[in-house]
Design a protein around this ligand. Structure first.
Ligand code: ATP
Length: 224
């Protein structure tokens, strides 16, 4: 498997990390990442696929296939890259472990932003050592269509963080921003359902997936 681990240069000051299963990657991921890259003035944004989801969500595509799909989906945007560290680590993929490693690699002063959708953020208090994430990185929450709105989150610890949100992150870690983007009404689950049902591409598939990723899925006979 190809390694895409990064080596930030001296000019890299603002890095984004987008963790997920990416089974498969879709426009909701890539479009949101591009918008965040722009809004937060990031130098680079790394998609970090997990090996094994801490909450036991097992991917249908294997690590190599998910990595191949990410590489195809991101090939046209040079600032969007892949960090495959979780795929080569055994056991559950805890975000806090990856961010600890990344922080050691980039040093104290580089701004690190961890991206996640509002559905994932609403569950953040269940993540392993979740509070430590804020001492390693900033957090950018992307509002997702058809899920609980960030404003409706009741968990006090998360509410408190949301109330402290800033528009533009200007610290190496510890801040939170709620990205105001037009939400993409798509999920990998929805796409897998479509792919399992039809052989001819549906509007949903062509609208929300890169043609190269779609070709790869057909070629590998994935999600049938
Ligand atoms: P599944 O349907 O299999 O649960 P998913 O579409 O939610 O998959 P993941 O790979 O699990 O995709 O998500 C990775 C990250 O991307 C999560 O933080 C998730 O909230 C976020 N995300 C997924 N889809 C969108 C979307 N349409 N808009 C914004 N964020 C998204």
């Amino acid at each position: 498997m190809q390694t895409h681990r990064y080596k930030p240069s001296a000019s890299t000051k603002r890095i984004g990390i987008f963790g997920g299963t990416f089974d498969p990657v879709h426009l909701g991921h890539v479009g949101s990442a591009e918008a965040l890259l722009e809004q937060q003035g990031l130098d680079e944004l790394y998609f970090m696929p997990c090996q094994r989801h801490p909450h036991d969500k097992r991917p249908m595509a294997n690590s190599e296939q998910r990595l191949a799909m990410l590489t195809l989906a991101l090939q046209k945007q040079s600032s969007l890259k892949v960090d495959d560290r979780e795929l080569s680590r055994l056991g559950k993929s805890f975000t806090v472990d990856s961010l600890t490693e990344i922080r050691q690699e980039i040093g104290e002063q580089t701004t690190l932003i961890f991206l996640l959708g509002s559905d994932a953020f609403a569950q953040l208090h269940r993540w392993d050592r979740w509070q430590t994430i804020f001492s390693l990185a900033n957090v950018a929450v992307i509002e997702r269509a058809n899920t609980l709105s960030i404003e409706a989150i009741k968990i006090a610890e998360l509410r408190q963080r949301v109330n402290q949100a800033v528009d533009f992150i200007d610290a190496p870690y510890g801040q939170i921003t709620i990205a105001s983007l037009s939400p993409y009404p798509v999920s990998s689950t929805l796409l897998r359902e479509q792919l399992s049902q039809s052989l001819s591409p549906s509007t949903l598939l062509t609208e929300f997936m890169s043609p190269q990723v779609l070709d790869y899925i057909h070629q590998q006979k994935l999600y049938r």
